[in-house]
Ligand binder design. Structure first.
Ligand code: BGC
Length: 726
């Protein structure tokens, strides 16, 4: 458990919290850029740890494989007080805190020099939610018991590197990749502009900065960095301050240099407080619709907001060519790739509270449909095959054979997410413009991916890995088959809706994709005759063909707290025990609860939950959701707390070295709103029931349904009150 203090709107830590853990949980961003919470003047970690990322900015590290590029560091700072480097001074009374109302990150501490000089320091930093290209920093220094010189160097440092991490969670890496060529540097009023280009493909980033200071500034250019040097004399007890404004643009925006220059021009004379004020306004607009108010437990309240905060600052805004990676912009783990995490775990919060953002996330998938079509061909399949791991390219980024080739449910997950978005928003054009094409092309993939057995007149999915990645490579995985069936139904329904409501668009689409009416019969046949394993006697849906042949494992004996068991038992061996890494049958039941009787879900819970290791952070929130729907209150609370505090308390001991777990944040939101908050819908109507646990006396949240906004208020012992916001 980490020594983190959580209030309803703030998160803070002292020096007793490990540095890399703080750097992860204090990651800040605005969906366009994100940076880890490292102290600007602190050195000592390698250049791949001082990470700043831009959404969608990837580069090739070998043929066909990309990595999310670690961007130049715009907060780098060297500070000397009376000639001594602050990085070497003793730090006392250290506190790092984050204000979730405006995204302001703050470090406050005192420094003691070798000869007893004491100085109070405050560093503040935020990435603007009002203007995607903008970040700002402020340094305040008060000498407690001395007067003397201050020397500050700060600018842009492109001497950063990438440390691509293998997909295999056990494999560390020590091979740094130099992404940046020697940058170009131009002095500008009060600062400088640096443009760097990646070595392989010449993808550019430009960062322009200016200091708002009274002192004169000298510019130092080095091979990979530029900094402004400012020297002044401090007086004992007097506060000295300097502010730095930064504008960032990349090749993804167009002419990065021109954009960075003009963005800086716009903010050059604005103060830190003015810029922060504008960012706070933008944040409050986001909070107005996405906040979840939990009265009765302040720690839960703050943690719930933290989960939402991290999602809101990870989602690209008005950018339909990027999505949210497994660690957002907080770490380069998984090469920054996009998984089903985005569509199945994170998307519901956006669909229900920020539908435009949800739409853009889905458009990323629509825009990579050509790659998915191409990708299917490379697997000798028809239609569109979405990749288990994707980046700015939709081509497969997963380099582990069994996962990359066999965890194919992602294709149906994408289609499912399109369907859920369309059903709850009532966004009419979505189907005709994007949805129908995605449903049909993905359905065509399933036609090819099922194997028909003429002997049985049944369709099987062979060589498949389900969401429980400890299932090995198996057959007829329940989750994958069920999701593929959904995908086929979405395609069937789309064709009839298109014919009925969008005849002109249908004519265009059907001829563009050479649609043939006979395809519908094939889809229907597969949906009807694909194999799902059910044991009548136990009223139990079986995960896959091999699950029941596995050896049992004494989980209690083997598992050490919440740390994943793959650290102790080889992945290969785990795949032959009858244990689950994360929910699979229950995962599908979490998504489609109305397709099952309560008894079926109970039976699945009783069978699978005790066998689940929760070795993926995606597991806890989904168990909390299912348990709360089943009325298993103590299980629901136990799982919710794991998910709610997953990163804040580093439950799985991997937040420090892997960043913030985006899917878990989304699962937490689903557990809160669809579970305890009782919200559900069937595509036509929504309903809200009261499942409030005794830890809370009120819960309030807003959501959109069919274009209207509502607020639900749930109090102990009364029926929920839902009102429309006009
Ligand atoms: C999980 C996957 C998940 C991936 C990225 C893996 O450990 O098993 O379900 O998509 O992490 O978060």
């Amino acid at each position: 458990m980490k020594p983190t203090c959580i209030t309803s709107w703030t998160i803070s830590c002292g020096a007793d919290a490990e540095r890399s853990y703080r750097e992860s949980i204090f990651s800040i961003g605005n969906g366009y850029m994100g940076t880890r919470g490292f102290r600007p003047d602190e050195r000592g970690q390698h250049a791949a740890w001082r990470s700043t990322f831009l959404a969608g900015f990837y580069e090739y590290i070998r043929t066909g494989i990309t990595d999310l590029v670690n961007q130049p560091d715009f907060s780098a700072m060297v500070l000397r007080l009376n000639g001594e480097d602050t990085g070497c001074m003793r730090v006392v009374d250290f506190a790092q805190s984050l204000d979730m109302r405006n995204g302001l990150l703050e470090w406050q501490f005192a420094l003691e020099s070798s000869d007893g000089l004491k100085t109070q320091i405050k560093m503040e930093k935020f990435i603007s939610m009002a203007s995607r290209h903008v970040a700002a920093l402020r340094l305040s220094v008060i000498p407690d018991n001395w007067s003397g010189s201050l020397h500050l160097e700060t600018g842009i440092d492109a001497s950063v590197q990438n440390l691509p991490i293998a997909d295999n969670q056990l494999q560390g890496n020590s091979e740094f990749v130099q992404m940046w060529d020697v940058p170009e540097i131009y002095p500008i009023d009060g600062g400088a502009l640096l443009t760097a280009k990646t070595l392989p493909s010449r993808r550019s980033v430009s960062m322009a900065y200016a200091l708002n200071a009274d002192e004169s500034i000298e510019l130092i250019e080095e091979d990979f960095s530029v900094s402004s040097v400012l020297v002044t004399t401090l007086e004992c007890g007097m506060c000295w301050q300097v502010e730095k404004v930064v504008a960032v643009a990349s090749y993804r925006d167009g002419d990065s240099e021109a954009i960075a220059r003009s963005e800086l021009e716009c903010i050059r004379y604005e103060s830190f407080d003015q810029l922060l004020g504008r960012s706070e306004k933008a944040w409050s607009k986001l909070w107005e619709t996405s906040d979840v108010v939990l009265e009765g437990n302040e720690t839960w309240q703050g943690a719930a907001r933290y989960n939402i905060f991290q999602l809101l600052q990870a989602v690209p805004k008005d950018d339909p060519h990027a999505s949210i990676g497994a660690r957002g912009l907080t770490h380069g783990r998984y090469k920054g790739c996009y998984f089903w995490d985005a569509e199945i775990f994170m998307l519901p919060m956006f669909t229900m509270t920020q539908p435009k953002m949800a739409r853009d996330l889905l458009l990323y998938r629509y825009n990579t449909l050509p790659d998915a079509l191409e990708s299917a061909k490379s697997f000798s399949a028809k239609g569109a095959r979405y990749s288990w791991m994707a980046s700015d390219t939709g081509f497969e980024q997963c380099e582990t054979w069994d996962t990359g080739c066999c965890e194919i449910h992602i294709t149906a997950d994408v289609a499912f997410a399109f369907g859920e978005y369309a059903a709850s928003t009532g966004d009419d054009h979505f189907l005709s413009r994007y949805g129908a094409e995605v449903y049909i092309q993905t359905a065509r993939y399933w036609v090819d991916r099922f194997n028909y057995s003429a002997k049985e007149d049944r369709y099987h999915i062979l060589f498949v890995k389900g969401p429980d990645e400890y299932c090995g490579v198996t057959s007829n995985d329940f989750y994958t088959v069920s999701m593929a069936q959904q995908n086929l139904h979405l395609a069937i329904d789309a064709v009839s809706e298109m014919k009925q409501h969008w005849p002109d668009e249908w004519e265009d689409l059907s001829s563009r994709i050479a649609f043939n009416d006979d395809e519908i019969d094939v889809w229907q046949d597969i949906a009807n005759k694909s194999v799902l394993l059910f044991d009548e006697e136990r009223n139990l849906w079986i995960q896959d063909e091999t699950f029941e042949y596995m050896e049992p494992l004494d989980i209690e004996k083997e598992k050490d707290g919440d740390k994943p068991l793959y650290f102790k038992i080889a992945y290969d061996r785990l795949q032959r025990y009858q244990v689950l890494k994360q929910p699979a049958v229950l995962m599908y039941m979490a998504l489609r609860p109305d397709d099952f009787s309560k008894d079926e879900i109970e039976a699945a819970w009783d069978y699978y939950e005790p066998k689940t290791l929760h070795d993926s952070t995606l597991s806890f929130g989904i168990h909390a959701l299912v348990a709360s729907r089943l009325g298993k209150i103590s299980d629901a609370i136990r799982y919710l707390e794991k998910s709610l505090f997953l990163d804040l308390f580093d439950v799985m001991e991997n937040t420090a070295h892997e960043g913030v777990h985006m899917a878990s944040l989304g699962a937490t939101w689903q557990a809160l709103i669809f579970g305890f908050g009782g919200l559900s819908h069937n595509g036509k109507h929504f309903s809200v029931v009261n499942r409030l646990p005794e830890q809370l006396y009120t819960m309030r949240y807003r959501f959109f349904f069919k274009g209207e906004q509502y607020e639900a208020e749930i109090r102990q012992g009364t029926d929920p009150v839902v009102r429309m916001i006009v």
